[in-house]
Design a protein around this ligand. Structure first.
Ligand code: SF4
Length: 336
């Protein structure tokens, strides 16, 4: 049996920093109960810890601390150009957490944040208030797990359950929960909601083993995904980022074949395909620390401030994955 590695990084945190203002929130108490042995340190503002100068993200990543904080507005941000909007006009994302339990070698968070410590925002109702306010103006397509992997946190902080319970009451809201986790069982007790898409990022095992440290293997992700489909959820598959690794044709062909040997293609909501891309400034920062990463030191090309593979390579990667996916799923359901 393949073992899920979802618990790999959820070992006890040695220290939990708690903003003074955060104590009164029920979610703070829920999270603290999970870590009874952690040292608790009260702080004024999470930025005092998170944004300290001279931190080393890469060293901290081995033993991150937890920070419980109260997010201030804004709670919603317009979706970035480099992200798929799946045809939705009003595309937003939000972050209930900063940083991630996993440690993907290509993760843009390494270049974005000064610290690998994990911030969990406990005032989740304030997010809902802002979404409700925005929904009065127009429909909202909202990605809630772009700058973290929220489902991987579910047994620490039940964000996904709370978002789903909120979303099912909002007619014009469409929520995307994207994950590499095999943690579907943590939300399996919930009734499926038509306003929610559960999205899994799938990669060949060669990519998972080399570049997606701490994440569950492909078999475990597919098991979670299949269970969600069987339970009646809308499910999206993301082959993103596709990486230009040795024997990439073979690895991605096999990954796609394995996927559709487990997943009934006609029940998939849609599929996204994208090659690795990262803002130029983030990559420059990461390269200084990950000096031995062939993946990150690839001679990428820069377009509009974003580094990615040269056009011809990117086209080959996309075409290959697209053609294989398209043998199972009609083109109307594939987003590039
Ligand atoms: S799962 Fe996503 S957010 Fe988490 S480390 Fe990997 S790339 Fe970064």
């Amino acid at each position: 049996m393949q073992k899920s590695k979802d618990s790999f990084f959820t070992n006890d945190f040695s220290h939990i920093y708690i903003e003074k203002e955060a104590w009164k929130y029920p979610l703070t108490q829920t999270i603290l109960q999970r870590f009874p042995h952690a040292n608790r340190i009260e702080i004024d503002r999470y930025q005092d810890v998170f944004n300290r100068s001279k931190q080393n993200f890469f060293l901290q990543k081995h033993a991150p601390k937890l920070i419980l904080a109260v997010k201030k507005a804004p709670f919603l941000y317009r979706g970035a150009e480099v992200c798929h909007d799946f045809g939705n006009t009003y595309f937003y994302y939000t972050s209930s957490a900063l940083n991630c339990l996993y440690n993907c070698e290509y993760c843009f968070l390494q270049g974005m944040f000064p610290s690998a410590n994990i911030v969990l925002f406990v005032n989740i109702d304030d997010y809902f208030t802002e979404v409700s306010h925005t929904l009065q103006k127009h429909p909202v397509y909202l990605a809630i797990s772009y700058e973290t992997d929220l489902l991987a946190f579910e047994r620490i902080a039940p964000y996904v359950s709370k978002w789903i319970d909120y979303a099912r009451e909002q007619e014009d809201l469409l929520l995307e929960v994207r994950s590499k986790s095999a943690n579907y069982t943590a939300i399996q007790h919930l009734e499926p909601a038509s306003q929610v898409i559960l999205a899994w990022t799938l990669s060949p095992d060669a990519v998972i083993q080399q570049f997606e440290a701490g994440t569950p293997n492909l078999t475990a992700r597919l098991k979670s995904l299949r269970q969600a489909i069987d339970d009646g959820w809308k499910v999206r598959i993301c082959f993103d980022p596709v990486l230009h690794i040795e024997n990439w044709q073979e690895h991605y062909r096999e990954c796609i074949e394995r996927t559709f040997s487990v997943v009934p293609a006609e029940k998939i909501q849609d599929i996204s395909i994208g090659v690795f891309r990262i803002p130029r400034d983030y990559l420059k920062k990461i390269r200084k620390h990950r000096t031995d990463s062939a993946l990150l030191h690839y001679p990428f090309e820069s377009h509009d401030g974003v580094f990615s593979y040269p056009h011809e390579i990117a086209k080959q990667l996309i075409d290959h994955v697209y053609q294989h996916v398209n043998t199972y799923v009609p083109k109307e359901k594939i987003y590039i």
